[in-house]
Design a protein around this ligand. Structure first.
Ligand SMILES: NC(=O)c1ccc[n+]([C@@H]2O[C@H](COP(=O)([O-])OP(=O)(O)OC[C@H]3O[C@@H](n4cnc5c(N)ncnc54)[C@H](OP(=O)(O)O)[C@@H]3O)[C@@H](O)[C@H]2O)c1
Length: 294
C-alpha cells in the first residue's frame, strides 16, 4: 500500500492541469500557482508562489508527501527551485514535468545528448536531481505518456491536412502509444495511492491507451473523411539531423516536430506499458474518439 497521503501539483493552467486537478481531487490537493488560479474543478486549494523565491516554495510544500510538477517545458529554472524546495520540505516523492517521451531512452538513442532544446531542459532537470548535492536523495518518478491522442491530426505534428499530406519518419509501421490527459492524470493518481514507494522511487511508469502506427492513423483519417493523404517518407537519420539543425528562433517548433517524428520513427513511442502493474484500465478508444470527432 502507498504511504502517500498529501499531494501538491505545480502549474495546472496548461494542457494537462485540469485533468490532474480532477484526478487528485479526492485527496484535496494543494495547487501551486504564480497567480490567477484557473477555475476550480474539485477540492483543490490554491497557494500563490514565486518560483524565484525558494522559501515561498518550501512554505507551500510544508507537510506534502508527493509533489507533481506540470510546469511548462520552458520553466526549467523554476522547476529546479521546486526540486530544491521539495528537498528542504522533506517531500517524499517528486514527479517532474515530463508526461511525454521516455527521456532516458531518447538521450540514449540520440547518442548520449539531447537532440533539441525542447528536451534539454527536462534532461538537465533529471541530471540535477540525480547528481546535485543540493537535492540528492530526493526520490523522483518519471511518467511516460508518449503522445496525447487529441494532438494527432493537428498541424504541425506530421499532418498537414490543408495540403492533404503527411510526413512519415521511418516505415510508418512503428506503433505509437496514444494517451489522454484524463488517463495520464488518473494513472498517476492510482499509482501514487496504491503502489508502495519501492515501485515508485527512482522508477519510470509508462501509460498507453490506444496503440496505432502512423500508417494506421492515416488509414483511419482517410476512411473517416474520404480524403486521401499524400505520404512523404523521411529516414530516421534525416529526421534527427533536421531536429538538431532547427533549435532556435522561429525554427524551434519545426525542430521539435522533427524530433517527435524521429521518436515515433525509431519506435520509442512503442512503450511497454505499466497499466497492469498499476491496475489501471486505460481508455482503449482514445484515438477512435478523436477520429469520430473529425
Ligand atoms: N504527451 C503529450 O502529448 C504532451 C503534450 C503537451 C504537453 N506535454 C507535457 O505536459 C507538461 C505541461 O505542459 P503544458 O503545455 O500544460 O505547459 P504550459 O501550459 O506551458 O504551462 C503549464 C503551467 O506551468 C506554469 N508556468 C508556465 N510558465 C512558467 C514559468 N516560466 N515559470 C513558472 N511556471 C510557469 C503555469 O502555471 P501558473 O500560471 O498556474 O503558475 C502554466 O499553467 C510539459 O511537461 C509538457 O511537455 C505532453
Amino acid at each position: 500500500m502507498s504511504v502517500y497521503k498529501t499531494f501538491a501539483i505545480a502549474g495546472t493552467g496548461g494542457v494537462l492541469g485540469a485533468a490532474l486537478r480532477t484526478a487528485f481531487s479526492p485527496s484535496s490537493p494543494r495547487i501551486l500557482t504564480r497567480g490567477n488560479p484557473p477555475p476550480e474543478v474539485g477540492n483543490e486549494t490554491f497557494h500563490i508562489v514565486d518560483y524565484d523565491q525558494v522559501p515561498t516554495l518550501v512554505e507551500a510544500l510544508d507537510g506534502i508527501d508527493v509533489l507533481v510538477s506540470c510546469l511548462s517545458a520552458s520553466a526549467r529554472e523554476a522547476e529546479k527551485n521546486l526540486a530544491r524546495a521539495a528537498r528542504i520540505a522533506k517531500v517524499k516523492l517528486f514527479v517532474p514535468s515530463g508526461f511525454g517521451a521516455d527521456l532516458v531512452e531518447l538521450q540514449k538513442r540520440a547518442g548520449g545528448d539531447s537532440p533539441h532544446p525542447g528536451w534539454s531542459g527536462k534532461i538537465a532537470l533529471y541530471d540535477f536531481i540525480k547528481n546535485d548535492a543540493e537535492v540528492k536523495g530526493l526520490p523522483y518518478l518519471q511518467i511516460v505518456s508518449v503522445l496525447f491522442a487529441s494532438l494527432v491530426f493537428k498541424f504541425p505534428v506530421g499532418f498537414n491536412l490543408e495540403d492533404k499530406m503527411t510526413t512519415i519518419v521511418g516505415t510508418g509501421d512503428e506503433k505509437i502509444a496514444l494517451t489522454t490527459q484524463a488517463d495520464t492524470a488518473a494513472f498517476l493518481y492510482k499509482a501514487l495511492t496504491t503502489l508502495p514507494p519501492s515501485e515508485l522511487e527512482y522508477k519510470t511508469l509508462r501509460l498507453s491507451c490506444s496503440r496505432r502506427s502512423w500508417n494506421e492513423l492515416v488509414s483511419l483519417y482517410e476512411a473517416k473523411t474520404g480524403n486521401k493523404l499524400e505520404k512523404k517518407f523521411v529516414s530516421v537519420e534525416d529526421a534527427l539531423q533536421r531536429c538538431r539543425e532547427n533549435t532556435s528562433g522561429d525554427k524551434f517548433v519545426l525542430g521539435l516536430v522533427w524530433g517527435l517524428l524521429w521518436i515515433f520513427g525509431t519506435g520509442q513511442g512503442d512503450v511497454v506499458d505499466d497499466n497492469a502493474k498499476v491496475g489501471f484500465e486505460a481508455d482503449e478508444h482514445a484515438i477512435d474518439k478523436v477520429v469520430d470527432a473529425l
